[in-house]
Design a protein around this ligand. Sequence first.
Ligand SMILES: Nc1ncnc2c1ncn2[C@@H]1O[C@H](COP(=O)(O)OP(=O)(O)O)[C@@H](O)[C@H]1O
Ligand SMILES: [Mg+2]
Length: 287
Amino acid sequence: MKIIAVGNMKGGVGKTTTSIILADTLSAILDKRVLALDLDPQANLSWSLLGPSAFHSHAESSSMARWLEDAAAGQMPRLTGTLEDVGLWGGSERPKSERAVLKLAVASTRMRFGEMEFEGPSASDPSHRLTDQLQTSLREIRKNFDYCVMDCSPAFSALTRAALRLADAIVVPTPLNALCFESQEVFRTLGVRGMLKLSTEIFVVRTRVGAAMGRAEQNQIATRLIERQNDGLIRQLSPDFPETVDYMRAMNPPELGPHSTLKSKYGPRVDDLRAFAASLKKHGVVS
Ligand SMILES: Nc1ncnc2c1ncn2[C@@H]1O[C@H](COP(=O)(O)OP(=O)(O)O)[C@@H](O)[C@H]1O
Ligand SMILES: [Mg+2]
């Protein structure tokens, strides 16, 4: 099972949207067995994939919250048996075989408290214990999945650090504006390379492109990202994900639960997912 963490130390850059696009691309287009781990106590990924009713009925028994509480209590935490099946496709958009699945480890705001147990001064970072426990839990179920997509919170929290340490690839969604470019720089240099001392390959995906900001600023940031790429610091995935109402809609689940087809979920942007699948393969993120 290959692990992909989606992170950036800024809210609203499209981490959750990118996680969902990744999970859908891997499962529905590339026919992979995918585990989506919602590691953000804001639980947006869980809400989007489950739909409001199912989400609210899970809030109390959220699998990631229970996992964290067991881990904090020093018990052997388990993900087995707590994962929700959200891989529902219908009509002409069925995956190529019955093999593809999309399962979700549900989050809730309660996780914020479970996580505090693992936060402390960086000299003796207690989140190493959390990393070991998460690794053990994932090892237990790795035979059932080809990929694990982890949606991280914007804080460089204990769970985010654990996810980044375990990741085989790190995806950093970045809108093309100066503030978001800076947060990508800080996340990468001070966070991933600096504090965690990881050499994991970092892939930037350009999100919310064309949003209200000026074209000159976007071009300037695009140039700086290309410089980083030429210096071998990042690799850029394609396509750019434009700011459109289609993605906003895709993240808002219908009241009756997850969308039944990719087309009904993404509308005309479904071609972006096909291009994304090709780019993931080209860059070796997916085999
Ligand atoms: N390409 C896009 N086009 C339109 N809206 C988007 C796009 N990407 C993200 N959004 C919206 O922006 C908001 C923040 O995105 P989200 O993925 O939740 O960011 P993060 O997880 O980094 O906080 C959400 O309301 C989402 O629907
Ligand atoms: Mg999010």
